[in-house]
Design a protein around this ligand. Sequence first.
Ligand code: ATP
Ligand code: MG
Length: 360
Amino acid sequence: MYLTQLDINQVRNLHDVKIKPGKRCNYIFGNNASGKTSVLEAIYLLSVARSFRTTHIKHVISYNSPLLQIFARIQSDSNQEHTALGLERSDKKTRIRINGSDVKQVSELSSLLPVQIINPDVHKLLEQGPKYRRQFIDWGVFHVEHGFLQAWQQYYRVLKQRNAALRKRLNKKDIILWDDQLIQYAKSITLARESYLSGFLPIFNRYINTLMGLSVEISYVRGWNTELSFTETLSKSFEKDIFKRFTSSGPHRADLAILHNGIPVQNSFSRGQQKLLVCAMRLAQINHLKKVTNQQSVLLVDDLAAELDVQHRQNLIDLLVDTQAQLFLTATEQNSFILPPEIESKMFHVEHGIVKEVVQ
Ligand SMILES: Nc1ncnc2c1ncn2[C@@H]1O[C@H](COP(=O)(O)OP(=O)(O)OP(=O)(O)O)[C@@H](O)[C@H]1O
Ligand SMILES: [Mg+2]
């Protein structure tokens, strides 16, 4: 799958952008504040209806505009089928259209357009709270396992009910009433995440070895004491949950432990090493998705040069190109890095929010 057409209206300083991206590599260059990251932001928005830069959509919508609009045509790799995707967002409303019909669930967009991003913020995946690492693993599970989203949504629905009962200090029977369902969905989520990880890890190990020449151990932390079953945990931590007024264990507290020589990488790796590690994680996800479902991702790479020396930068470019994913790379200079000459690539110049293809 790849984008063949991209129209962006009222996303930051991009008011009326219309481009025809190339199938493989799209190199976007321009001065600071010209609008490069905003182009990537628009593609990301079209996949998940939110930004990677802010949780407040009003900051993404152009000043003085009530809403933003993004439209794209995607083409599947396997047949010549085209799909039209549209997203309109205002401060209050999200409207999604697929082939001209309104669609309610953002997940329908995401499943058609899997997007990954590598930007100068990648180290946050390692340094910030477990939520980000759960999002990382769930991106992969969602795209390879169809039933996962439903189990996930049901789990959070039941968890919300149980937490509401705890908050309202209801009787014990009105709290544990939710436990059977919670246990059932927790089991599906845990199984799906663990089985995903077992497919992902061998691919990740290869990438990390090629990029960094060392090994990093990633393991899944379930969100409760693994010496106990989740059923036992819920009953054992009942008093604690009453005191805290929320459910203190479960897959909603899961995490990934990421270690090098037994030490958490966020405490030992340099910024450049952290970036390479997250690149290996994202590349492995793209590769795994392609292997399992034959679906290709779109990979956004903002300011690739940041934190990386020339040799690591070039190694990374070779691996990015090798995924066969559709790439959107940004840089401030027309020749910031060298793309393999045999790769079909298009170049776009951005100036004050105007994006123009540069004919090479
Ligand atoms: N809501 C908004 N409406 C209009 N313009 C905005 C809005 N938010 C940010 N901008 C402006 O949009 C411009 C483009 O920002 P963007 O981050 O895309 O630039 P960039 O080309 O990636 O720059 P850099 O090379 O510094 O990363 C900036 O001038 C920024 O101030
Ligand atoms: Mg930028």
